[in-house]
Design a binder for this molecule. Structure first.
Ligand code: 2NL
Length: 344
C-alpha cells in the first residue's frame, strides 16, 4: 500500500509538472484528489490494514494529499501567469506608431467670404441682423416699393408657398423688420447676410438658392458720399489691395438714385483681361439712397432722415476672389473642391 501511494505521488507530480494549461490541471485534480479519484480509491483499501499500520499509512496519505494540493496550487499560479503574459503580449499596442491623420473639415468658401464681409463691416461700426427665409409678400415686396403689378414680382421668378408667403428673394425684408423694430430711431447701421431663393435654372453663374449680404445706414445727413466712402473702403479690405472704384447709374425700386459699384480689375489692375472682359472693371454690388417711400413705410420721417442701402452676392465675390469659374462647384460639395479651402 505504501508503494502504491508512493508511485501514485510520483505519477501525479510528473503529470502536474507537465500540465499544459488550466483545463488539464483541473482534470488532474479530479483524477488524483477527487471523490472518485485515485488517492481516495487507494484509501478505501485502508480497512484491510492492521490497526498499527493504519495511522502510519493514513498519515502518509494525508502528507501526499497536502503535497499534491500544493503542487497543483503552484502549477495553477504558474499557468495563470503564463496565460496573462501571453494575453498581454497579444494585446500589446505600439503607442509610438504615428496615428492615421484625422480627416479635417474646411470652412466652405462662401461661409468664409460671408464671415470676412461681416468682420469688415463690424470693424466700421455695423451690427449683423438676421431674419426668416420664409417671408410674407409684404416684407419681401410691398414694403420695398414693389407694388403688386411690378414685373419683379412675377410668380414665375419666386418660390411661392401660398399667394401671400414665399421664400425670400433678397435679405431686404430683414432690414425692413429691423427698421420697424427701431420705431424711427437712428442711427441704423446693419448688414443682413443670408440665403435667398429665386426660380431660375441652375447654370455656371445662376443658382436657385444663393446668398446675399445687404446693408443699410440711416441717420441725419447721410448722402451718396457716405455710401461711396464706406463701400470703397469695404472693397479694398475685401480684396486686400488698393483699388479704383466707380459708381454707375442703375435702377432698383427700393433706392433713388440707384447705382452699381465697379472696382478696378483684381486680376489685371485695369489693363484688360479675361476676368474683366477687357473692360478693366468688375461689378461687385448694387446700392442707392433708400427710397423715401421705403423709409416712410417702415416708420422713418424721410424729411429728417436719409439713408443708403446696398446689396452684394457673396457667391459672386467668392468666384472672383478665388478664381472659380462655375458657381455649381459651391453647391455640389465635392470634397476635392472643398479641401482646397482648408486654410481659410
Ligand atoms: C444687388 C442690389 C441692393 C438694396 C439692395 C435695400 C434694402 C432696403 C432699402 C433699400 Cl430695406 N435698399 N437694398 C438696395 C440697393 C441694391 O442690391 O445687386 N444685390 C445683389
Amino acid at each position: 500500500m505504501r508503494e502504491r501511494l508512493k508511485s501514485l505521488e510520483k505519477k501525479a507530480e510528473t503529470a502536474i509538472r507537465e500540465a499544459a494549461d488550466l483545463d488539464q490541471l483541473k482534470d488532474l485534480r479530479v483524477k488524483y484528489l477527487g471523490k472518485k479519484g485515485e488517492l481516495t480509491t487507494i484509501l478505501r483499501g485502508m480497512k484491510d490494514l492492521s490497526p498499527e499500520e493504519r495511522p502510519v499509512v493514513g498519515g502518509l496519505a494525508n502528507e501526499i494529499r497536502t503535497g499534491l494540493e500544493r503542487w497543483i496550487g503552484n502549477k495553477e499560479e504558474e499557468l495563470k501567469k503564463a496565460a496573462l503574459t501571453t494575453r498581454l503580449e497579444a494585446e500589446a499596442l505600439d503607442v509610438t506608431l504615428p496615428a492615421a491623420p484625422p480627416s479635417l473639415g474646411a470652412v466652405h468658401p462662401i461661409s468664409a467670404v460671408i464671415e470676412q464681409i461681416e468682420d469688415i463691416f463690424i470693424g466700421m461700426g455695423f451690427e449683423v441682423a438676421e431674419g426668416p427665409e420664409v417671408e410674407s409678400d409684404y416684407y419681401n415686396f410691398e414694403a420695398l416699393n414693389l407694388p403688386k403689378e411690378h414685373p419683379a414680382r412675377d410668380m414665375q421668378d419666386s418660390f411661392y408657398i401660398t399667394p401671400e408667403i414665399l421664400l425670400r428673394t433678397h435679405t431686404s425684408p430683414v432690414q425692413v423688420r429691423t427698421m420697424e423694430a427701431k420705431e424711427g430711431q437712428v442711427p441704423v447701421k446693419i448688414i443682413c447676410p443670408g440665403k435667398v431663393y429665386r426660380r431660375d435654372d441652375d447654370d455656371a453663374t445662376h443658382s436657385h438658392q444663393f446668398h446675399q449680404v445687404e446693408g443699410l445706414v440711416i441717420d441725419r445727413g447721410i448722402a451718396m458720399s457716405e455710401l461711396h466712402g464706406i463701400l470703397a473702403g469695404f472693397a479694398e479690405k475685401m480684396f486686400g489691395m488698393k483699388l479704383e472704384t466707380r459708381l454707375r447709374p442703375s435702377y432698383f425700386p427700393f433706392t433713388e438714385p440707384s447705382v452699381e459699384m465697379d472696382i478696378s480689375c483684381i486680376q489685371c489692375g485695369g489693363e484688360g483681361c479675361r476676368m474683366c472682359k477687357n473692360t478693366g472693371w468688375i461689378e461687385i454690388l448694387g446700392a442707392g439712397m433708400v427710397h423715401p417711400r421705403v423709409l416712410e413705410g417702415a416708420g422713418y420721417d424721410s424729411e429728417r432722415y436719409t439713408g443708403f442701402a446696398f446689396g452684394m452676392g457673396p457667391d459672386r465675390i467668392a468666384l472672383l476672389k478665388y478664381g472659380i469659374d462655375d458657381i455649381r462647384h459651391f453647391y455640389t460639395n465635392d470634397v476635392k473642391f472643398l479641401r482646397q479651402f482648408q486654410s481659410l
